[in-house]
Each structure stands twice: as C-alpha cells, then as structure tokens.
Write a new protein. Structure first.
Length: 94
C-alpha cells in the first residue's frame, strides 16, 4: 500500500503569516532540516510576496485617504476617527 504524501500549504494570506513562514524556514535551515540553498530560495519567494502584499496594502490605504480628502473638499462627511485609525493601521501594517 502506498501512502499519499500531503503537501505543506501554509496560510500566506497576511503579512504576519508570510513573516512567520520565513521564521519557520530559517529555523529549519538552522537545524539542518532543509538545505540552506532550498531555504534561501523559499525565503526569496516569500520576501517578494511580502513586498507585493505590502505595496497593495499601502496602495489601498492611500486610495482610501485620497477618497476621504476628495469627500472633505466636496463637503461630504467622511466618518468618525475610526476611519483615520483604520487607514493608519493599514499603512503601518498593524
């Protein structure tokens, strides 16, 4: 009987998860559980993913702020302070 090997599929949907995965790979390399060459390649891809996700998040926050500024110029109500806090969190990744 053959056993089906399951693939490791980490959740890489957030910046925190991507950063955590880099840490896991680093520990695997330090413990000689995976070759450094392979781990370095994985970390490179994860770094690129992190960078792309960071840019997308920043772009969305900037677009939101620009829309709020335009709304204020037009005399429309933008919202309460939580909108500003949410935008700041999006920019800083909190």
């Amino acid at each position: 009987m053959t056993t089906k090997k399951t693939r490791y599929r980490p959740d890489l949907s957030t910046l925190d998860n991507v950063a955590a995965e880099v840490g896991k790979i680093y520990r695997l390399m330090r413990n000689s559980e995976i070759p450094v060459n392979d781990g370095s390649k994985y970390c490179y891809v994860l770094r690129e993913m992190f960078s792309m996700m960071e840019k997308l998040k920043s772009t969305a926050a900037i677009e939101k702020l620009e829309a709020d500024i335009q709304a204020l110029k037009e005399g429309r109500v933008v919202g309460d302070d939580t909108d500003v806090e949410a935008a700041a969190k999006a920019i800083h990744g909190d």
